[in-house]
Design a protein around this ligand. Structure first.
Ligand SMILES: *Cc1c(COP(=O)(O)O)cnc(C)c1O
Length: 455
């Protein structure tokens, strides 16, 4: 809660820092939550208040906030080789080992990895690679990128153009050539009397019509999150990726899976594309790749794209792209350990173990007359607040219902996130059943309080 003393942490934060994606009225009212440390799935603020982080930081701190093995791996690598780049034919041993590991755990039989510092940059890099390929293969017109409404692919100029959210208009984005097709959220966008299968078929027809209208030779790629994350946890409609991929294959358009959230276990399998049973041409990874302990993104290219990019690069003797900290040895050492911890120390398995309890908790809260839908996959889920359950009518935007629920949860010692009118939960993989019980108890109390005020 806000401390108004002139030198309080809240005041100092306000005066010194531009907040990322932060509701300013909330901050003016409540003050920033200034944090000092974390323990397991809990975080602690400067006043000593404890919060269960039901959002794993920003989806990424899947092993909690003080995992001893991960911290030891970071320390050991800082002692050994504290930093380097991957330019000019020099590369750290950790980087090579991580590339091998990423290919090994990827769905691809073989491929290559390119490193960035973030998910946004990984999407940017993939788009630049597709543009580069178009030029090198004699198709310089092949530049347009298709994504879906409500998709989140990042914040750089390219990845924000792919992120189909209305707020990007304040930047004069999207750039030309970024096309947004419909969001495959059946509950919200299905028409009266339309079955889920018919809805999926309509999504595929729309994609094909868009491709034909734009000109199939002008499309460089289609990017999709297996489950949309920052769009409000939206799993695809039934058969969506099979239907969409058939269209893309017909026109030779690469399908890029943005696995920044889904990757490394969130949906119950290593990759979201495995959960939904499709084979992408490349995978974008970030967030969980280091369990949140180091900024890192990776483009994992499947066999076709890596062969073609190799060939295109040879023609001009290089791939003219790279970030100073691409493939940072400490980040790579942490990622190697994080992948091991998630896949081999029971975390991925714990996601599968906890999923029935997680789904049952969401389903129980969705019995509330002001929750229209619960949805999710693995340990990512959302509850959609509605004024009227029968008609799915949302609350008036001026009521800021989801922000009020999230703020009330914060008061009760639970971090969760408002997205549109949904409340999003994505707890760390190290949670116990008791942590999930605590999460749902606190959320239920908050829902009761807020709905009593607004409904
Ligand atoms: C978070 C996110 C990104 C962007 O990653 P940053 O590291 O914040 O740049 C891209 N795609 C998806 C699906 C994400 O959730």
């Amino acid at each position: 809660m806000r401390d108004d003393a002139p030198n309080s942490w809240e005041q100092r934060a306000d005066k010194s820092t531009f907040y990322c994606f932060t509701d300013l009225p909330t901050i003016h009212d409540r003050g920033a939550v200034v944090l000092t440390h974390g323990k397991g799935p809990y975080i602690y603020d400067v006043h000593g208040k404890e919060y269960l982080d039901g959002n794993s930081g920003l989806w990424n701190m899947v092993a909690g906030f003080d995992h001893p093995g991960l911290i030891a791996a970071a320390k050991a690598q800082y002692d050994r080789f504290s930093g380097y780049h991957s330019f000019f034919g020099r590369i750290s041993d950790q980087t090579v080992m991580l590339s091998e590991k990423l290919i090994e755990v990827s769905p691809f039989a073989r491929g290559k990895v390119f490193y960035t510092n973030s998910g946004s940059e990984a999407n940017d890099s993939m788009v630049k690679a597709l543009w580069f390929l178009g030029g090198a293969e004699g198709h310089p017109e092949r530049r347009k990128i298709i994504t879906r409404m409500n998709a989140y692919h990042g914040v750089t100029a390219i990845s924000a153009s792919m992120t189909a959210k209305p707020y990007n208009s304040v930047f004069g984005l999207p750039l030309p050539g970024f096309i947004h097709v419909s969001c495959p959220h059946y509950w919200r966008f299905g028409k009266d009397g339309e079955t889920e299968e018919q809805f999926t078929a309509r999504m595929a027809r729309e994609l094909e019509a868009t491709i034909i209208k734009e000109g199939p030779d002008t499309i460089a790629g289609f990017f999709a999150e297996p489950v949309m994350g920052a769009g409000g946890v939206i799993p695809p409609s039934k058969g969506y990726f099979q239907a969409v991929q058939a269209v893309l294959k017909k026109y030779n358009i690469p399908l890029i899976a943005d696995e920044v959230i889904c990757g490394f276990g969130r949906t119950g399998n290593t990759w979201g594309c495995q959960t939904y049973d499709f084979m992408p041409d490349a995978i974008i990874s970030s967030k969980n790749i280091t369990a949140g302990l180091f900024p890192m993104g990776a483009v994992i290219l499947g066999p076709d794209l890596s062969d073609r990019l190799d060939k295109a690069s040879e023609a001009i003797e290089e791939f003219p792209h790279g970030f100073t900290a691409s493939g940072h040895p400490v980040g790579c050492a942490i990622a190697l350990k994080a992948i091991d911890v998630v896949m081999n120390e029971g975390l991925a398995e714990n996601v599968r173990t906890l999923t029935p309890q997680f789904e049952a908790g969401l389903a129980r809260l969705a019995e509330n007359p002001n929750i229209g839908e619960w949805r999710g996959k693995g340990l990512m889920g959302a509850l959609e607040a509605v004024q009227d359950k029968a008609t799915k009518k949302p609350f008036d935007g001026s009521l800021s219902v989801s922000e009020r629920i999230a703020n009330t949860c914060t008061d009760f010692g639970l971090i969760c996130r408002p997205l549109g009118q949904a409340i999003v939960l994505c707890p760390p993989f190290i949670c116990t059943p008791a942590h999930l019980d605590e999460m749902f108890e606190k959320l239920e109390k908050a829902l009761k309080k807020v709905f009593a005020e607004v409904a």
